[in-house]
Design a binder for this molecule. Structure first.
Ligand code: ADP
Length: 476
């Protein structure tokens, strides 16, 4: 069934749906049609947000949090249907989609409950009979631009801290996945969110996204997407001296050492590389292996790749969903062809079936090869031989990206040394590079993130607030 998705502006559904989204596993099926919004549509949404924000900010944090908590309950009731829609529009497996919706639910619960906790400090004053405290004030209207790969979790983890802090929000979701964010916004409105506090404007990034980033009344912009677009938006938003937060690409490395458990190491790398069809900014895409474990590791990793059953995520037995789009598949195939042409050993590589691509493991890859340096965003992994731990660590750190990295070892000293010296925002020891806890700060360095405010965890609210200091004399 085709869903007609509209913008949500000032609580009303507006905009003629024209952008078609087809199921990547079943291209004949049009899943959703959504509006191609203009700069004027964005302006109307920002205006509605500005009008609604003072009333929302005047509520207590507990009252704002209650809306998030009630919305979480509604999402929980609707979880199977939302997950099925997420599979149809984005292509995950049902289990991955159920997990993602669950993540959105938990994020709303976490930040909903945060409404109960005070965020200010009490400080001593140098002046007698004076008390000092700080208040966290909302910024006003904040803009969110989100990608297709986690179409409900990312909007939730940006929206929830923004809303509970008293901001009004305008979100421009990815054009490939309009349905998931519509479910999220619907749950929030059904839970009693006042009209105008959350506005959803669908459309092309270069039109609607650009207009949101450039709008003079948008106090802050949080973006997740490609590094190229993120860098551009950084300039657009910084030029008008507004606040900007960017989560961008990755080229996440794993270091597999001789003392690792080889079965566990292969399973860990396979989960990070092939889970979510490799379409995660935290996906493992290059692996450095020391000589003693190298052959056994490559063989086992290839077994995991061969065992993957690519298919429609709603079908039983599918372990890996399709590539999201023909454009993304073309990029994956170009990376594969380039690696084959460079003489890397990819084993027997099957032709894609529609957008279904079997994972590919390249061994004998050189560290300078594009496959080991450039982000692919698909189930393709480069294995690079290294002589020892020190060389491997140096290679891990030799990247323009700095999001996540992992080490497989059973040596505690090595694990801690790697954690201290890996130049990334998130380190994993014997755990996949993908998979993050919602109560833990997330973000990278270098070309992966803006490296200012972290997302997720209790301090995620910092991006959406400013600190005011209050001096109260109480001797009069
Ligand atoms: P991806 O490669 O994951 O699609 P993009 O960076 O192209 O990453 O897209 C992420 C989000 O950024 C999407 O919502 C997209 O519409 C938006 N976007 C793309 N180009 C621009 C732009 N020039 N200005 C603002 N937003 C954009």
């Amino acid at each position: 069934m085709t869903m007609h998705v509209h913008n949500i502006v000032d609580g009303a559904r507006t905009g003629a749906p024209t952008i078609e989204r087809r199921n990547p596993a079943r291209p004949a099926e049009v899943v959703a049609v959504s509006p191609a919004s203009s700069a004027a549509d964005v302006d109307a949404a920002v205006g509605a947000a500005e009008k609604a924000q003072p009333g929302w900010a005047a509520l207590t944090p507990v009252a704002r949090g209650a809306v998030l908590l009630d919305a979480a309950d509604l999402l929980r009731q609707r979880q199977p249907q939302i997950a099925a829609d997420l599979v149809r529009e984005e292509g995950k497996t049902r289990a991955e989609a159920m997990g993602e919706v669950r993540r959105a639910i938990d994020v709303l619960r976490f930040f909903g409950a945060a409404g109960w906790r005070s965020t200010g400090e009490t400080l001593p004053s140098v002046v007698p009979h004076t008390s000092v405290h700080t208040r966290s004030e909302p910024l006003g209207v904040v803009g969110l631009i989100t990608p297709w790969n986690f179409p409900i979790a990312i909007p939730a983890w940006k929206m929830a801290p923004a809303l509970v802090s008293g901001n009004a929000v305008v979100i421009k979701p990815a054009e490939l996945t309009p349905l998931s964010v519509d479910h999220l916004a619907t749950a929030l409105h059904d839970a009693g969110l006042p009209a105008g506090v959350l506005n959803v404007v669908h459309g092309e990034g270069a039109v609607a996204g650009e207009a949101l980033a450039a709008h003079s009344d948008v106090a802050a912009l949080s973006f997740t997407g490609s590094t190229a677009v993120g860098r551009h938006l950084h300039d657009v938003v910084s030029a008008r001296r507004a606040r900007v937060q960017l989560e961008m690409g990755g080229k996440n490395a794993y270091l597999v050492l001789d003392d690792a458990d080889v079965d566990h190491a292969a399973a860990t790398v396979a989960a990070g590389a092939f889970g979510l069809t490799g379409q995660a900014c935290t996906a493992t895409s290059r692996v450095y292996v020391t000589p003693g474990i190298r052959d056994a590791f490559v063989e086992r990793l290839r077994s995991h790749a061969a065992a993957a059953r690519a298919g429609d995520g709603l079908d039983d037995g599918t372990t890996m969903g399709p590539v999201v789009s023909q454009a993304q598949l073309d990029k994956d195939l170009a990376a594969i062809e380039g690696a084959v042409a460079a003489g890397h050993d990819g084993g027997s590589i099957a032709d894609p079936d529609g957008l279904l691509l079997q994972p590919v493991v390249f061994s004998d890859v050189s560290h300078d090869s594009p496959l080991a340096r450039d982000e692919v965003f698909g189930p393709v992994v480069a294995v690079v031989d290294v002589a020892d731990y020190e060389v491997g660590l140096a290679r891990v750190n030799d990247s323009s990206y700095g999001l996540t990295a992992g080490v497989c070892t059973r040596d505690l000293g090595t694990a801690h040394d790697f954690a201290a010296r890996a130049r990334v925002g998130v380190v994993k020891v014997n755990r996949p590079t993908t998979g993050l806890d919602l109560n833990v700060p997330f973000g990278g360095i270098r070309d992966s993130s803006s490296n200012t405010f972290r997302e997720q965890g209790a301090r995620a609210v910092d991006f959406y607030t400013w600190s005011k200091s209050v001096y109260v004399g109480h001797d009069v």
